[in-house]
Design a protein around this ligand. Structure first.
Ligand code: NAG
Length: 355
C-alpha cells in the first residue's frame, strides 16, 4: 500500500483510444512520495514538505505529471499518519499549511500536480469528532460505529457485539468507558471506523475534498476503500480455515466487513462531487480519483464506471517476480485490459526498483 509509484495509461499497450485528445491523468506518470522518508530539510531526521520542494526540479526532470503524497495530515501517528486527527491541517512533523501551499504553487510552476491521500475509513480517536461522539454531543453521536455490549461476563467485563477481528489482530471492538459502548475499529484501536450510513459523514468528507481542491490539489488517492462498510446486522464472520492464531485477522472470512455493495455507491458520490467541482472551476483541470483496491479482478473492475477514474492495477506487483519473462508481462497486461469496462482507462502500478 505504500512505497509504490504509479504509471497511468500506457497508451500503446491499451490501444483503446486513438486520435481523441487525452487528459493529463491518462498519459502522465504519477509518482508516489512517502514524505516521512523522502527528504529532510530541517535535520530532524524526518522527511518534510520543504524537503519535497527542494527536489521538485529533479522530479520534474523525470517527466512526471503529478506527485501523490502519502498522508501528511495532522495525526498522533499511531499508524504512520493513517490515523488522522484533523483532515484540514498538516502534521507539524511535515510542516505547515503554508508550506503545503508553497509546495502546490512551486509544483504547478513546474507543471506538476499534487495529489493527496484520502483515508476514508476512519479517523484518529483524537479527532474532535470522535471526542464529541464519545460524549454523545450532536451532531457527532452517530459519526462512528457504536454498539452496546452483547452482555457482560462473570467478571463484569463487556462482551463485544460479535467476533469481528481487526486487521492488526484481536477484536475489532474497543470498549469506551465513557460512553459504555463498543466502537468498531477495523484497524488500530486508535482508528475508530466512520459510520458511512450517516449522511452527515458523507457530507463531511465532501467538504474536506472541497477544502483541498480549493488549495489546488489535482485529486486524491483513496486508501483501503473496501473497508468502508460493514453489515449492519453484525453477524459473526465464518472461520476461514487458515492455520493461524484465532486473534489473527486471517482467521476469519471477511464477508460482512469488506466489499459490501454500498461501498462503490458511496464512492460514486465523491466522484460526482469531484467532477462537479472540476466543471464549476471552469479551469479545464480534471481532478483525479484513484482507488487502492486489493481484490480479485472482477471485484476490482466494479470500481471503474462512475466510482473512480481508476482502481489501481497491481498486477505487475502481484503476478510478476524477479524471474518473470515477456509472456508473464503479457499475461499481466491482458489480465487487466481484457477485463476493463467500456470507457475504463488502464493504469500500471510499478515499483521504482523494477517489477
Ligand atoms: C453510479 O452508478 C450506479 C449504478 O448504475 C448508480 O446506482 C448510482 O446512483 C450512480 N451514482 C451516482 C452518484 O450517480
Amino acid at each position: 500500500m505504500r512505497h509504490l509509484s504509479l504509471i497511468a495509461g500506457l497508451v500503446l499497450i491499451a490501444g483503446a483510444v486513438q486520435a481523441q485528445q487525452l487528459d493529463w491523468w491518462q498519459t502522465g506518470v504519477i509518482y508516489q512520495i512517502y514524505p516521512r522518508s523522502y527528504k529532510d530539510s530541517n535535520g530532524d531526521g524526518i522527511g518534510d514538505i520543504n524537503g519535497i520542494i527542494s527536489k521538485l526540479d529533479y522530479i520534474a526532470s523525470l517527466g512526471v505529471a503529478a506527485i501523490w503524497l502519502s498522508p501528511i495530515y495532522k495525526s498522533p501517528m499511531a499508524d504512520f499518519g493513517y490515523d488522522i486527527s484533523d483532515f484540514r491541517d498538516i502534521d507539524p512533523l511535515f510542516g505547515t499549511l503554508d508550506d503545503f501551499k508553497l509546495l502546490v504553487a512551486e509544483a504547478k510552476s513546474r507543471n506538476l500536480g499534487i495529489i493527496m491521500d484520502m483515508v476514508p475509513n476512519h479517523s484518529s480517536d483524537e479527532h474532535e469528532w470522535f471526542v464529541k461522539s464519545e460524549q454523545k454531543i450532536e451532531p457527532y453521536t452517530d459519526y462512528y460505529f457504536w454498539q452496546p455490549a452483547k452482555g457482560f461476563d462473570p467478571n463484569g467485563a463487556p462482551i463485544p457485539p460479535n467476533n469481528w477481528l481487526s486487521v492488526f489482530g484481536g477484536s475489532a471492538w474497543a470498549w469506551s468507558e465513557l460512553r459504555q459502548e463498543f466502537y468498531l475499529h477495523q484497524f488500530h484501536a486508535k482508528q475508530p471506523d466512520f459510520n458511512y450510513r450517516n449522511p452527515a459523514i458523507v457530507q463531511e468528507l465532501k467538504d474536506i475534498l472541497t477544502f483541498w481542491y480549493d488549495l489546488g490539489v489535482y485529486g486524491f488517492r483513496w486508501d483501503a476503500v473496501t473497508h468502508m462498510f460493514e453489515d449492519p446486522a453484525l453477524p459473526d464472520e465464518p472461520v476461514s480455515g487458515n492455520p493461524v492464531d484465532p486473534n489473527d485477522y486471517n482467521y476469519l472470512k471477511h464477508i460482512y466487513t469488506q466489499n459490501l455493495p454500498e461501498t462503490p455507491y458511496t464512492l460514486s458520490l465523491y466522484k460526482a462531487h469531484t467532477d462537479e467541482y472540476s466543471l464549476n472551476a471552469g479551469d479545464g483541470l480534471h481532478r483525479v480519483m484513484m482507488l487502492e483496491v486489493w481484490n480479485p479482478i472482477e471485484e476490482v473492475m466494479q470500481y471503474y464506471r462512475n466510482v473512480s477514474d481508476f482502481p489501481f492495477n497491481f498486477r505487475f506487483l502481484t503476478t510478476m517476480g524477479a524471474y518473470s519473462n515477456g509472456r508473464d508481462a503479457e499475461n499481466a497486461i491482458r489480465g487487466w485490459v481484457d477485463n476493463i469496462p467500456d470507457n475504463g482507462w488502464p493504469n500500471w502500478v510499478v515499483r521504482k526498483t523494477g517489477f
